[in-house]
Write a protein that binds this ligand. Structure first.
Ligand code: HPA
Length: 245
């Protein structure tokens, strides 16, 4: 079973032959939305829109633990996380798909671990490689098979949001080595690791990050939403291809 987490602009999976749709509960609370299971191509899939249908849950308010737990309970052993981002590196242009191979966590105040109970043994999971390499390769092959422009590799910087960054913050992220910036990659990736799920991120560049390109212009939400809407056509095709191979 493959878990797919939909990000901004991806609230349902086209072509999913749905078998169940249910609001589940977990020891960590309720996930963002109903969990939908079914078949996409040859693959059994469990789908969850991270921000809920209607985009009502902000990045800092997502119950990441409930989402990851629910996918694992549904039988997922691997998770593809679709996530909108701002582009920092010159090749991460709006509309481009990016499959990062590293991340830096700038979030704070989020419930970031399952190992949180008083008295339970302290556990430190290895997180040297935050994204699962075979899953990244599958994403890259599916993109290339469809001739979609894709950037393989890169560093996803995860900010807390919900506001966008200042230009100086983005310059700092660039100095840190970040190539894209988003708000939802963490603690999602770490929680998946804690439960032993293979996890990879398919980042969709919605806009040039603050101050990138030197235009000095502010970032337009309308433009972001339009870019994401267009890019989701590519994402849907990519996911269908990946699940059919
Ligand atoms: N910054 C952080 N998260 C984002 C951005 C951004 O510019 N665009 C889409 N998600």
């Amino acid at each position: 079973m493959l878990g797919i987490i939909g990000g901004s602009g991806l609230y349902e999976l086209e072509g999913l032959r749905e078998t169940t749709r249910r609001q589940v509960d977990t020891p960590w609370g309720t996930p963002s939305d109903e969990l939908i299971t079914g078949a996409l191509g040859r693959q059994q899939v469990a789908f969850l829109p991270r921000h809920a249908r209607g985009h009502t849950i902000a990045p800092h308010r997502i119950n990441y633990r409930a989402n990851i737990w629910a996918l694992r309970e549904a039988g997922a052993t691997a998770v593809i996380a679709v996530a909108a981002c701002g582009g920092i590196a010159p090749d991460c242009l709006p509309g481009r798909l990016v499959i990062p191979d590293q991340l830096i966590d700038y979030t704070h105040g989020r419930a970031a671990t399952f190992f949180d109970q008083t008295g339970s043994a302290v556990t430190h999971v290895d997180f040297t490689e935050p994204y699962n390499a075979p899953l990244r390769v599958r994403l890259g092959l599916a993109a290339k098979g469809l001739h979609l422009p894709v950037v393989e590799g890169g560093v996803y910087g995860c900010t807390n949001g919900p506001r966008l960054e200042t230009a100086a913050e983005i310059r700092r992220l660039a100095r840190d080595g970040c190539t894209v910036v988003g708000m939802t990659g963490m603690p999602e990736a770490a929680l998946a690791r804690e439960l032993g799920l293979a996890y990879a991120c398919l980042s969709v560049v919605a806009n040039a990050a603050a101050g990138v390109g030197g235009s000095g212009q502010s970032i337009s939400m309308d433009q972001i939403l339009q870019t994401l809407k267009d890019a989701m056509v590519d994402v849907q095709r990519l996911l269908t291809r990946l699940c059919s191979d």
